[in-house]
Design a protein. Structure first.
Length: 532
């Protein structure tokens, strides 16, 4: 029986083979293979758990090897693997009277291998550990088809396709299942796997159930902002809303999750793996089908945003993968943090190097930012006096930098709500807005299998064809607004989304006009200008 465990590092992690050698000598337990303090302490937890579970701990000298030997092993997830390896070694040891060493039988066939993860209590009961989804996924890719985990991690492991799982409550149950393949079970698969309760289908696209605290109809008098959020949800576009304090931009953006469809199973598996690695997987949700919505504080550091630390854990941008990263009061974030966003916003991945090791996390997040127009918040506000100089306003917006702003598809100036418009009956509910969004999402999934915002230059040429009049209009708009080439591509992708919302195969001038209006520089943007 070949027993494997898992050492989490970055997004990939590594399988660790657990080998045991029983030999005559002074009884002791030695662990080799670059084990950290938590793994070395598992010797005592393992010894007590084995005895308190009714088993006999070997009286020989026990050598436990964790390989590959040059990989540092961390965490308490090795407890159960070490205990089962010792018990399996003790059950197969040579019963002779000679003085030869006793070596554990090790099979090289993957079909006889099993992944084991769990933390032991002294009583022998099992505690859940983080990273089980990542471990099971990695094991399945390596050809390992069986997995023993704690009961609380059972559903999380069963979500992995092709993995047969036994969820044990204690060490005794885990050992009994070690050589009984018939006790292992698989989980449910398919697009209907682990759907949230009361999920609804709109135009064939699944959405989570509406919640009163995420209702777009609560946003009053900001019809253009609401329209921009609808377009952003339909195509995955980044958006920046700027306006005076109290105008409703934060309120609207915090209700943005109500417009997002559920993740597909493939998208959910990647998101689940990332959250599992940091121990953020919610109870009873082994597969995260609802897009994540992350709202870090303005004091967030570069490491907190992009990831890092000893184990290269994911940051906010990776935790927002296939979801939303919302920066409220964006200008209050450190300039270095904002500039760090430029590459992952465009590439959808971030590479982190720590202590000679490199890991790469997916980070296909949708960026939402809300900001005041100037330090005092009154720039361009009718009836109020802005005390900021042109230089201070420019410095305020320079924190974003032109290259970062050039990657923002939609820029929306937001004004204070007029009392006569606040009670307007023209407000749109989230359920009504979902219809156009679902139509566009369904078209994009059939056509290119991803959101329009992720279209490559080659795909733009293929899917965003323009007629003669439309091309002439876009050329004139690009010249008049001094658009960069990236801005022109952004307008094309926005127009493609608007056409998809109307179920139009062809991009019309009306779609281009609205796309250009979303992209135009206005207010403080005019002070900065467009940069390549």
């Amino acid at each position: 029986m070949q027993i494997f465990s898992f050492s989490p590092f970055g997004y990939e992690g590594a399988l660790v083979a657990v080998e045991v050698d029983l030999r005559r000598g002074i009884p002791a337990v030695d662990v080799v293979g670059l084990a950290d303090g938590a793994v070395k302490e598992s010797r005592e937890r393992m010894r007590s758990a084995i005895r308190n579970s009714g088993f006999q701990f070997p009286m020989e000298r026990v050598l436990i090897s964790l390989s590959p030997a040059d990989l540092k092993k961390e965490g308490a997830g090795f407890d159960l693997a070490l205990a089962l390896a010792v018990l399996d070694a003790n059950s197969h040891k040579d019963g002779g009277e000679d003085d030869s060493d006793v070596i554990v039988r090790q099979d090289d066939e993957k079909s006889d291998a099993v992944l084991v993860m769990g933390e032991l209590e002294l009583s022998g009961a099992l505690r859940p550990v983080r990273g089980v989804n990542a471990a099971a996924t990695t094991a399945a890719q390596a050809g390992i088809k069986r997995c023993i985990v704690a009961s609380a991690n059972g559903a999380e492991a069963r979500e992995v396709k092709g993995m047969k799982v036994f969820a044990a409550a204690n060490l005794s149950e885990a050992y009994d299942a070690l050589n009984k393949p018939e006790l292992f079970t698989t989980g449910k698969q398919g697009e209907d796997a682990f759907l949230p309760e009361n999920a609804v289908s709109v135009e064939g696209v699944l959405f989570p159930a509406l919640s009163p605290e995420f209702e777009m109809a609560d946003v009053r008098g900001q019809r253009r902002l609401v329209r921009a959020l609808q377009v952003a949800a339909a195509g995955g576009h980044n958006i920046l809303a700027y306006g005076p304090p109290g105008c409703g931009k934060t309120l609207a953006m915090q209700r943005f999750p109500s417009l997002l469809p559920l993740l597909t199973v493939e998208e959910a598996q990647t998101v689940t793996r990332i959250h599992s690695l940091v121990g953020l997987l919610p109870p009873h949700q082994p597969l995260l089908r609802v897009p994540p919505f992350r709202q870090p504080h303005q004091t967030a550091s570069i490491e907190g945003m992009c990831g890092g630390g000893v184990q290269c854990r994911p940051g906010e941008i990776s935790l927002a993968h296939h979801g939303v990263l919302f920066l409220d009061e964006a200008a209050e974030f450190k300039s270095s943090v904002l500039q760090m966003l430029r590459v992952p916003v465009e590439n959808g991945r971030i590479s982190i190097s720590r202590a000679g090791r490199v890991t790469s996390y997916p980070a296909q997040f949708q960026l939402l930012m809300a900001s005041n127009p100037c330090p005092c918040g009154n720039y361009g506000v009718e009836g109020k006096l802005c005390l900021c100089s042109a230089k201070s306003v420019t410095q305020y917006w320079r924190k974003f930098s032109g290259p970062l702003l050039d990657r923002i598809d939609i820029r929306i100036p937001v004004q204070a709500v007029d009392d006569s418009d606040a009670d307007s009956k023209c407000r749109r509910s989230s359920s009504d807005m979902r219809i156009d969004i679902a139509r566009a999402v369904a078209i994009q999934r059939r056509r290119q299998g991803k959101q329009n915002v992720r279209l490559t230059p080659q795909e733009i040429l293929r899917w965003c064809l323009l007629g003669k009049d439309e091309q002439s209009f876009l050329d004139n708009a690009a010249c008049n607004n001094d658009f960069s080439q990236r801005a022109v591509s952004s307008c094309l992708k926005l127009a493609r989304t608007l056409a998809d919302m109307d179920a139009s195969e062809k991009i019309m001038i009306t779609h281009l006009k609205e796309a250009v209006s979303f992209r135009q520089a206005d207010g403080p943007f005019a002070l900065l200008g467009e940069e390549n």
